[in-house]
Design a protein around this ligand. Structure first.
Ligand SMILES: Nc1nc2c(ncn2[C@@H]2O[C@H](COP(=O)(O)OP(=O)(O)OP(=O)(O)O)[C@@H](O)[C@H]2O)c(=O)[nH]1
Length: 349
């Protein structure tokens, strides 16, 4: 690898796997390295950027955190990612390392391929693609479709050309990995973890290294020191879509949808969380996150749901003059009944 080039690490993984948590941890143990972060999120709320800006890390200030909000990074390579990188590379003080967090629904392949664009290739190299996996979700069968049911559906409808979009995306993100981090090991036992490792390994042909982590705690030396130059190997990491559409037809994310719900103050946070859990399981919401205005409290509540598992904590005080509001982004499969979910959540405040 050309030592003059700035290394860039791509961090991918399905919704809620723990990408932002891992990056947050990375910023606190990256030593003196000056890091620029490019954050891409599905849904119009910018929670990840807010969380990471809240770290206050000296080696990665608010100016060094760039949010790409115009859709999944894999679809906006030309319009959003390349111009952003170009601007970043024109800065007087260049970063030592660039870290890119893809949205949980992004295909990493088009992003890695973008590093072969002439203006980028001469200045930056992909140090590695790291795929974060929610081990508990794998153990719960989240990514294993019922193949018999799919075959039966396909027998009735020949136009059905792919399997579960979640399973497919999960495999695409593993296919592109240089390192797989089995995260959330605290949520499963040792035997479960062995099964998760086997399942993940069985879904990758290239067999990259697999390590385990809790709360994304992996040393910066490992995360930022892969030294792969992944852009030279994109041809070996094709996504399902690329394999099925060799003509280069563009992909989309039609199978998934997101929307934002705005609410007034919440009086009973514990009751609110319990009722949200029921809504999430009833409607199979994949991811829900945002900020909650708890009536009478000076602090803002941050809420993070991955499936029906919900974490919440007071992250910071509402700033003077800041409009207190409850805003939640909801992400699910396209067939999720959006109106029913919205109405059920609105009735909680
Ligand atoms: N129990 C447990 N929770 C974790 C771990 N890592 C992350 N979480 C929690 O999982 C939730 C999602 O974590 P994030 O880091 O936001 O996940 P993400 O991959 O960035 O999510 P998206 O950007 O929405 O796709 C948060 O509530 C985290 O606190 C872990 O190792 N164990």
């Amino acid at each position: 690898m050309n030592q003059q080039k700035i290394p860039a690490t791509v961090i991918t993984g399905f919704l809620g796997a723990g990408k932002t948590t891992m990056i947050r941890n990375l910023l606190t143990n990256a030593g003196g390295k000056k890091i620029a972060l490019i954050i891409n999120e599905f849904g119009d709320l910018g929670v990840d950027g807010d969380v990471l800006k809240g770290c206050g890390a000296e080696n990665c200030t608010e100016d060094d955190i760039i949010e790409l909000t115009n859709g999944c990074i894999c679809c906006t390579v030309a319009d959003d990612f390349i111009p952003t990188m170009t601007k970043l590379l024109e800065r007087e003080q260049r970063p030592d390392h660039i870290v890119i967090e893809t949205s949980g629904l992004a295909l990493p392949q088009p992003l890695v391929a973008a590093f072969n664009w002439p203006d980028i290739r001469t200045q930056v190299t992909v140090d590695g693609v790291i795929t974060v996996v929610d081990s508990a979700a794998v153990a719960a069968g989240r990514f294993a479709d019922d193949h018999d049911a799919v075959d039966a559906r396909r027998a009735e409808d020949e136009s059905l050309d792919h399997e579960s979009p979640i399973e497919e995306l999960f495999e695409d993100q593993l296919t592109c990995a240089d390192l797989i981090v089995l995260n959330k090991t605290d949520l499963i036992d040792a035997a479960g973890l062995i099964r998760v490792r086997d399942e993940v390994a069985s879904r990758t042909v290239r067999k990259p290294a697999i390590i385990e982590a809790k709360n994304g705690e992996v040393s910066a030396g490992i995360l930022l020191g892969l030294g792969i130059g992944t852009e030279d190997d994109v041809a070996n990491r094709k996504s399902h879509h690329e394999l099925e559409h060799e003509d280069g037809a563009p992909h989309d994310h039609d199978e998934f949808d997101s929307f934002v719900v705005d609410l007034g103050p919440v009086a009973d946070p514990a009751g609110f969380v319990e009722k949200l859990k029921t809504i999430i399981s009833t409607h199979d919401v994949l991811r829900l996150k945002g900020f909650v205005d708890i009536a009478g409290k000076p602090m803002r509540l941050q809420l993070q749901a991955v499936g029906s598992r919900i974490d919440h904590y007071f992250d910071r005080a509402w700033a003077p003059g800041e409009k207190r509001t409850t805003r939640l982004v909801v992400i699910g499969l396209h067939e999720m009944d959006q109106d029913a979910v919205r109405t059920a959540i609105e009735e909680l405040a």
